[in-house]
Design a protein around this ligand. Structure first.
Ligand SMILES: [Zn+2]
Length: 435
């Protein structure tokens, strides 16, 4: 068995690993880069009109035979670990005939994003895998392991063929709402794998252990208990662990959580995969705001049924104004117009609940300026979606891999100061034969 990391040996983002035998070739993830080769932020808008050849020439798409155009020897399958752009964001270039293996909920999330965002990804040839159920592509066996991560429905994979093995950690942590999945893993991990491809997103951070989602819930509760003000919270609508933390803090503080139709749709769709709040009679403290811009767009595209399904759970702007200190509202910069039309919100809390780096984005800075002018107080309440060093060590200890390969990290050079197992530093595109 052979493998090659097309991208990810020295960066976070754009993950793509190829594994092959004489008869079978598979890919693990096909992500959008977060940085360009020169280290600057990668903005796909600048490249979206380029041809396939140009994108390959620039190194934005990896040069892989049988992946894009029809050929006699096509890639036999793409496996997607989870629904974060840096793991699947370039799949629109892949030949539609190639089977895509992913979690069913991950496919639903990708479909929702196609309706609501500029990300248009259509997967025709989808095969759903399930945790701990080994499946076969040619002579390669793949076993998915459920991962605790800020993306819903995330997995790590054991890949085996010809008596050799490789484990791809994907993105994971142990301080989220699925921490039990990680502790289960530490007792049931595959042992003695030849290569562990281990993410190290946060490995350089000095803090040895991160706040748990339960601690985040408590921090939010403290803020929600301040009287007389509205709480606006900016968090990813796809970070379901965080939305659960927010909702639970709302219940404890006796507040109503208001989300827009996009987040309402995500919650409703994913509620069939797990116990999460969604617009329904069961979750009385959850209401939906019909933002004008979004509803007009959905209507124009013939998708009005998406917001009609929430009509019984709708909250009007004047109803929000009448009970400001009862309201916690999930917001994002594109909702500024909506917020402008809610009377009397000045002087509330603005809770920023995402990675701090995004605060530097233009639209976020403008949004923050706007809220500061309206006398909002900024609070930062967040914890990472990735493993802290303590958790990385636990994974390694549970698996006892023969070799560790840094991936999804800018700090591969410090792995040897943390782990006692031998570290193999690879370059993007380097072929390794597991023998
Ligand atoms: Zn991720």
């Amino acid at each position: 068995m052979f493998f090659k990391i097309h991208r990810g040996t020295k960066e976070i983002g754009g993950s793509c690993v190829e594994v092959w035998t004489e008869s079978t070739r598979i890919l693990l993830d096909f992500g959008m880069p977060l940085i360009f080769k020169d280290g600057k932020d990668f903005n796909f808008q600048e490249f979206k009109d380029l041809t396939l050849d140009e994108l390959i020439h620039l190194g934005i798409l990896p040069n892989i035979d049988g992946l894009y155009l029809d050929s006699d020897k096509m890639i036999d399958g793409l496996i997607i670990s989870h629904s974060h752009q840096d793991h699947y964001g370039l799949i629109q270039y892949i030949n539609k005939k190639i089977p895509h293996y992913l979690g069913e909920a991950t496919h639903e999330i990708i479909n929702i994003n196609t309706i609501f965002t500029s990300q248009k990804h259509q997967i025709i040839n989808a095969y759903y895998f399930e945790k701990e159920k080994t499946f076969q592509i040619g002579d390669i066996s793949i076993t998915p392991y459920w991962a605790d991560h800020s993306a819903f429905d995330a997995y790590s994979f054991l890949v085996e063929a010809e008596g050799k093995s490789l484990f791809y950690s994907g993105d994971f942590r142990a301080h989220g709402r699925k921490s039990k999945a990680f502790y289960w893993f530490t007792h049931n991990a595959p042992l003695d794998v030849d290569y562990l491809l281990l993410e190290g997103t946060t490995i350089s951070r000095k803090i040895k252990s991160f706040k748990t989602e339960i601690e985040i819930e408590n921090d939010l509760l403290n803020l929600f208990q301040e009287n007389g003000k509205i709480n606006l919270i900016y968090s990813s609508g796809l970070n379901i662990d965080r939305i659960v933390s927010i909702y639970r803090a709302c219940i404890r503080a006796n507040k109503i959580l208001v989300v827009d139709v996009y987040v309402g749709t995500i919650l409703k769709t994913l509620s069939k995969f797990g116990l999460i709040p969604f617009p329904s009679k069961e979750f009385k403290n959850l209401k939906i705001i019909f933002s004008k811009y979004l509803c007009n767009r959905l209507k124009k595209e013939g998708n009005e049924k998406i917001f009609y399904q929430f009509k019984n759970y709708k909250i009007e702007k004047n109803e929000i104004s009448e009970q400001l200190d009862n309201i916690v509202m999930l917001v994002r910069p594109s909702m500024q117009k909506e917020i402008e039309n809610i009377a009397g919100i000045d002087g509330g809390n603005f809770i920023y609940s995402m990675w701090e780096g995004y605060l530097k984005k233009n639209d976020t800075m403008k949004f923050l300026d706007y809220l500061t002018n309206r006398h909002f107080t900024l609070h930062k309440v967040h914890t990472s979606g990735h493993a802290d060093t303590k958790t990385l060590l636990k994974m390694v200890e549970a698996m006892k891999p023969k070799l560790i390969v840094p991936i999804h990290t800018f700090e591969g050079d410090i792995y040897n100061t943390i782990f006692k197992e031998p570290i193999v530093r690879l370059n993007d595109g380097e072929t390794i034969e597991i023998d």
